[in-house]
Design a binder for this molecule. Sequence first.
Ligand code: SF4
Length: 271
Amino acid sequence: MALPKTAFELFQVLEKSNCRECGEKTCLAFAGAVFLGQRKIHECPKLTPQTVERFAGEHDKENVQEQNPGDRLEKLKSEITHLDLAKAAERVSAKFSGNRLTLKVLGKDFSVDEKGNLTTEIHVNPWVAVPFLRYIINGQGLPVSGKWVSFRELRGGRDRCPLFQKRCEEPMKKVADVYTPLFDDIVHVFGGKQVAKQFESDISVVLHPLPKVPIMICYWLPEDGMDSSLHIFFDETADRNLDIGSVFNLGVGLAQMFTKIALRHGFDART
Ligand code: SF4
């Protein structure tokens, strides 16, 4: 059998009883934590030694990358030094001047020079910096089509979709539920734009973590006993302008950032 390559494949080998003996609330949460290198597969006491042995070693090796975002960043910076940065700028429609490529990340200038040095008006977080560099190195630079699709519909999105809902859409919905100025912040602090309501939502905003990878957040208020809901949509070209792992990380990073902002204003959306 092929070794698991995604959190969902890891989830498939678990008991799915949500017994919490591993300390996580659900088996899905445990699978996600293992996939991101935060937990080890042997920490589920319900697995047979054969299952643990079958992929622990190999998967742990893969997770070394996930465990060290700083290392991943350094590796990508080194790849930049072998890249024709002027050509890359042309490909992704970025500015190139004085050996430096510059584009907008969440409305702010973000640059890299030919030695891989990053300069930015915002804090250099790996969840932004890694996708920024991957966008430059591998992005196809396709024009935004204007057709919105769910994460599941992107290439490689189906397997990661349950984890994306859990780590991105659910936490973001909790923030929107308790911290009502969230959408104003998205517009005024992160260069987002309120757009005509989509999919019969009550609020729709578009923001650009990367110029050709727009993200649309749609929020539905609670109504007639129904809970609120929040879904995130991507341009259908997102999986070619950026790898799916980076698309995932951008969504999760945004959710974490919004959670922190709400907390700073006294609204705890973590429970
Ligand atoms: S201990 Fe194993 S079976 Fe129980 S919740 Fe955790 S992952 Fe699921």
